[in-house]
Design a protein around this ligand. Structure first.
Ligand SMILES: [Zn+2]
Length: 302
């Protein structure tokens, strides 16, 4: 259903790789167990038993990215923040009291699938009017193709003649706005507004002290997006909560999920409930660097 990041640690405790998969991860579920056993030969004790002979730790890519930002980036020193990534899709993560909020079924934090337009487009997940269906790269590409086919955007019609309608992307819509195309401007304004609306909800629902908004589309929009989000939150969220939340870009780049490997493993090693329903992993790795746990209070708590 959603991509997950699988992080493997080498014998010297360096990260070997992060792997994106399409696993609907439910911690401790039969599905997760089967995935682990089939693909990584992870035994029921959560330890690798195959060729690698290494423990593997799994979480959603945006959750691991949030751990990376918490340890090394824009979430440093912030026990309560929301992480949103706006790119091809829209993902998110909720960190509360210094810990990832997984929810009872391990699926909490899918911030791209909060409704922002009650009668909006159908989302890839089957819901309607979700943030991802309005403001993601996939959504903008869909709208770009429709605008080109309907002839409502001279910029996109011209771009489609060059690269083909099927190749139109969210980047083309953003470039169309910069070129002064009214239809592209309307689509980008709608996308930015949807993100801002969602953030008002995040503020009121989770009382974060920081919202980190990253991803390729957000990065390209820069302050044009962040400033709108700040102003919308200031105007529409609970004033007391709006007063204490910062809206900031991430500090880490595209490899942010790999940056989250260390805190992911650190937290799992110290948390006997990391794979709910299963036995606690044996601490076969030496204790992780203590300086990291100092930087990320709470992430190593059992
Ligand atoms: Zn959805």
């Amino acid at each position: 259903m959603k991509r997950q990041t699988v992080l493997l640690l080498g014998p010297d405790r360096s990260v070997i790789s992060g792997v994106a998969t399409h696993l609907n991860l439910l911690f401790g579920s039969a599905l997760a167990r089967r995935f682990e056993i089939e693909h990584f030969q992870v035994g029921s004790e959560g330890r690798t038993e195959g060729a690698l002979g290494l423990p593997a730790y799994l979480d959603r890519d945006t959750n691991v990215a949030a751990l990376g930002e918490a340890a090394f980036g824009a979430g440093r020193g912030q026990p309560d923040f929301v992480y949103v990534t706006v790119s091809t899709g829209i993902g998110g993560s909720i960190v509360t009291d210094g810990r990832l909020f997984h929810g009872p079924d391990g699926m909490a934090g899918e911030l791209g699938h909060v409704p922002v337009e009650a009668e909006g487009p159908v989302c890839g997940c089957g819901g309607r009017g979700h943030l991802e269906a309005v403001a993601s790269g996939i959504a903008l590409a869909r709208d770009a193709r429709a605008a080109a086919e309907a002839g409502t955007s001279p910029f996109l019609v011209g771009r489609a003649q060059t690269i083909g309608t099927a190749m139109l992307s969210g980047r083309d819509v953003a470039e169309g706005e910069d070129a002064g195309d009214p239809a592209c401007s309307a689509l980008m304004r709608r996308a930015r507004r949807a993100i801002a609306t969602a953030c008002v909800g995040f503020v009121n629902a989770f009382n974060p002290h920081r919202i980190i908004i990253g991803g390729s589309i957000a990065d390209a929009q820069g302050e044009r997006l962040l400033e709108l989000v700040r102003n919308t939150v200031a105007r529409e969220a609970f004033s007391r909560l709006a007063a204490v939340v910062e809206i900031v870009p991430p500090e880490l780049g595209a490899d942010v999920s790999l940056a989250g490997a260390h805190p992911l493993v650190s937290s799992r090693l110290g948390d006997p409930a990391w794979r709910r329903g299963g036995p606690a992993p044996q601490p076969t790795l030496a204790a992780p660097a203590t300086d990291l746990s100092v930087q990320t209070p709470g992430f190593g708590r059992a």
